[in-house]
Structures are given as C-alpha cells and as structure tokens.
Design a binder for this molecule. Structure first.
Ligand SMILES: Nc1ncnc2c1ncn2[C@@H]1O[C@H](COP(=O)(O)OP(=O)(O)O)[C@@H](O)[C@H]1O
Ligand SMILES: [Mg+2]
Length: 308
C-alpha cells in the first residue's frame, strides 16, 4: 500500500518536522512548528525557558505522541515516520539518539560499561538472540571486540580513557556531560539530539564541547539537533537556528540572520525591559556582529506564572 505520508525526502535533509503540535490539556507546549534539519549539519533550537524545546525532543524520540504532526527521518534511502514509532524503535531502527537536560548515566556502572550498554542491541543481534551465541559464536566475539574498540575510541576522544574503570557517578560534572554524548554516539546514530549539553560547563569546557560537536558533525557524519542556552556555543557552531517562543516558531536562519531578527531580540528581552536599558546596550543588542545576543548571553528564565 502506498502511504501518502511517505513522499520522497528533499535531498540533503535528514529530518522534516511538519506542523508539530503538542497539547497538554489546555496548554499548547508546541504550536504548529515546522522546520527541517540538514545532513551533516548542526541545527540549533533556541528560545526562552518554557518555549517548548524539550517537548520537541520528546516528540522526536517517542517520549510523547504528538497531538498533530509529521516527523520524517530520512536514512539510507528510507523514511521513518517517528510519530508512529515506539521510542526504542526510534533509537534502534531510525538511528535517533539523545541526551537529557539532566544527566542520565548509569552512575554505579563504570565509564566503560556505560558505553558497552549503549551497544547492547548490536551485540544481541550478533548473538542471534541465543545463549549459544553469547557463549562463543565467533560472530558474537567479533562484535564484542568491535564494541570494546568503539567504546575505547570514544573514551579516547573525550579524554576519559584513564578513567574507564571509574564509576560514572564519581566523574566531574563536565566529564559526565561528555560521557553522555559519547554514550549516545555509541548507538551509532544518524541524528544526535542534545538537550542543553553546555549547561553548567565552564568556558573551557564549553569550548571543548564546541570542538566535540563539530567533530561529530564533520568526522562522524552525524547530524546534530542542539538545544542550547549558551550563545557562545550556539552562535559559533550552528549551521541553522530555529527559534521558539511560547511554543511557536518565531524565526529561523543562519546565526547572523537570527541574531539580528527583531522578533528574536524581543523574545530574549521584552520590549519594556529594552526601553529601560541604556542606549548603548540596546545598540549592542541590535548591532550586526557577535555582540548581538553574543557570547556569554543566556536566555532569560521565565516565570511560569507569566504564561497564565
Ligand atoms: N508532560 C507535561 N505535562 C504538562 N505540561 C508540560 C509537560 N511537558 C512540558 N510541559 C509544558 O510545556 C511547556 C514547554 O516545556 P518545555 O518543552 O520543557 O520547554 P523548554 O525545554 O523550551 O524550556 C512548559 O510550559 C511546560 O511546563
Ligand atoms: Mg528544556
């Protein structure tokens, strides 16, 4: 049967989000949002707290079933409609991996074990899902060796090879953040969704994160969808930026376009507050160049009450 939802993918794009809407009772957390993410690109989703960014990720990764919307993931000439799939299939079959706003490692497992668990499905497949396979089928042993090598490769890449045996929970915060990204990469995704990976990082760690994300895009050929408040990360490495406010898309474009978009400036700083600011700061915010919503700027935290 020909499914009308399966029309051919636009070349160069890995993800199409069309008319995504997510309602929680009376609250519209995401309101008719459409955007597309390119292959081999970092697409950022930014916006004030409560804008609906995490909800978009939750819809993409199967945590929530969208109220309305088409979420098409294009991989190896095939299209997966994520809104119709269970979360574990989205991870295993469509190749979408994610990290969370609050770190979710297995804290009592070692650093290496965290990366091995991420490859569990691959290993089980190699075992043929039988105990015989687990007990020594050459195919399984080869897959296991490959999994260990891949884990070691990532530990080396994120500078944690010397801490491979540590409990993940005993790592410094910045190390845990990097380990979470490595763990997601060990599932060999085609699309990596990162929810505020720079939160709580110091400037040196943020710079390292930039480098890691560019490496993932350029060397691992994995598309990245990035929710981030840290503008020094977003403006420097994003190829495309989508801006949400109160669940709606208010702007999208290159970093320069978005930085100078009056709707974005308004969302990040209410008109009234702007009028109270000294003129040189307003000029700075609206000027072209890196100063506008520039490095170090952070999206405002909105009081939930403000939404009522
Ligand atoms: N499971 C849920 N039930 C009810 N409301 C939710 C749920 N998840 C998110 N929301 C609401 O949806 C809005 C958007 O939240 P969220 O996507 O977490 O925003 P962001 O990640 O941009 O800060 C918020 O008002 C939040 O309270
Ligand atoms: Mg969030």
């Amino acid at each position: 049967m020909k499914d009308p939802a399966l029309r051919p993918p636009p070349p160069g794009f890995i993800l199409e989000v069309e008319h995504l809407t997510m309602r929680f009772g009376g609250l519209v957390a995401v309101d008719d949002v459409s955007f597309a993410a390119r292959d081999r690109a970092i697409t950022a989703i930014i916006g004030p707290n409560g804008a609906g960014k995490t909800t978009v990720f939750n819809c993409l990764t199967g945590f929530y079933k969208p109220t309305v919307g088409r979420l098409a993931l294009h991989k190896d000439g095939r299209t997966w409609l994520l809104e119709r799939m269970e979360g574990f299939r989205i991870a295993q079959q469509a190749g979408v991996a994610r990290t969370f706003q609050n770190i979710r490692l297995f804290p009592k497992m070692s650093v290496l074990e965290n990366l091995m668990v991420a490859q569990h499905n691959r290993l089980m497949r190699a075992s043929g899902w039988t105990i015989k396979g687990l007990l020594g089928l050459p195919q399984y042993r080869a897959a296991e060796r490959e999994a260990i090598d891949f884990a070691r490769f990532w530990l080396d890449r994120i500078g944690l090879i010397d801490k491979a045996d540590w409990d993940a929970g005993s790592l410094a915060y910045g190390d845990q953040r990097r380990l979470e990204i490595a763990r997601a990469m060990c599932t060999r995704p085609v699309l990596l969704c990162l929810d505020e990976p720079a939160a709580g990082l110091n400037p040196r760690e943020s710079a390292e994160l930039n480098e890691l994300l560019c490496y993932i895009r350029d060397e691992m050929n994995t598309a990245v969808l990035l929710i981030e408040h840290d503008m020094s990360v977003v403006m420097e490495i994003s190829d495309h930026i989508v801006v949400l406010d109160y669940g709606r898309k208010i702007a999208e474009g290159s970093p320069v376009q978005v930085r100078n978009d009056p709707a974005v400036i308004r969302a990040y700083l209410g008109e009234e507050e702007r009028e109270e600011l000294p003129p040189e700061i307003v000029a700075d915010l609206t000027a072209p160049g890196p100063a506008a919503i520039g490095p170090g700027a952070v999206a405002p935290v909105r009081d939930e009450g403000e939404r009522q």
